[in-house]
Design a protein around this ligand. Structure first.
Ligand code: SF4
Length: 201
């Protein structure tokens, strides 16, 4: 699977302290996309998913968030990632997609259906800049939906969801990572403050 990176300890992309997996590649090209850098596919970031997951202690996380990029551009690999996470006992799996749930179901493709069957919470739909009023900490624009595909997660997520956004800045080996749904003007400030900075949603 083409994966830009995985980071644990993220608290701004879903409830609790999470492993966030950012994948490469997205063909949607939403105007104003905060993850523009991840729209390109990158064969150099091809990981064996089992080997990739061995790098993380999944017993110490509250859930996994898969973002990008567009996870469903790599549907067979996404299905495998979710299958392995579930096998390792992860039940809270949040996936961001620029497709709507109806578009994904209409694909009629086994890998997409398998991935959907393992997802706990799906945040769906393209980012629409005109519908971003900066008031949701879990999604980028008002057209996007928080869909509970498995029961039992409504309370955990409703306690996390609020109208104020915040970004978590995490120094990694050679970059300063900013994780979260950016408040208005954050990208411009972040890039001006730190030329090595990278935004991820
Ligand atoms: S679907 Fe997501 S990653 Fe793709 S262009 Fe739209 S906002 Fe960016």
């Amino acid at each position: 699977m083409q994966i830009e990176r995985g980071v644990t300890g993220v608290t701004t992309l879903g409830p609790g302290s999470r492993l966030v997996v950012w994948v490469n590649g997205c063909n949607r090209r939403c105007r104003g996309c905060i993850s523009e850098r991840l729209q390109a596919f990158d064969p150099e970031n091809e990981y064996d998913i089992e080997v990739f997951l061995r790098g993380f202690d999944l017993s110490r996380i509250d859930g996994v968030t898969i973002s990008g990029g567009e996870p469903f551009e790599q549907a067979p690999e996404l299905a495998k990632l979710i299958r392995l996470l579930r096998r390792k006992g992860v039940t809270d799996i949040l996936v961001y997609t620029g497709y709507t749930l109806e578009e994904l179901r209409a694909r009629g493709d086994g890998a997409t259906d398998e991935a959907l069957s393992g997802i706990s919470v799906l945040i769906d739909g393209p980012y629409v800049a005109e519908l971003d009023d900066g008031t949701d900490n879990i999604k980028g624009s008002k057209n996007q939906r928080v869909l509970f595909l498995k029961p039992g997660f409504e309370k955990k997520y409703s306690e996390y969801m609020r109208p104020e956004r915040s970004m978590q800045q995490m120094p990694l080996a050679n970059i300063l990572l900013a994780a979260g749904i950016p408040p208005a003007g954050f990208a411009e400030r972040f890039i001006n403050d730190d030329e090595e900075g990278e935004d991820e949603v």
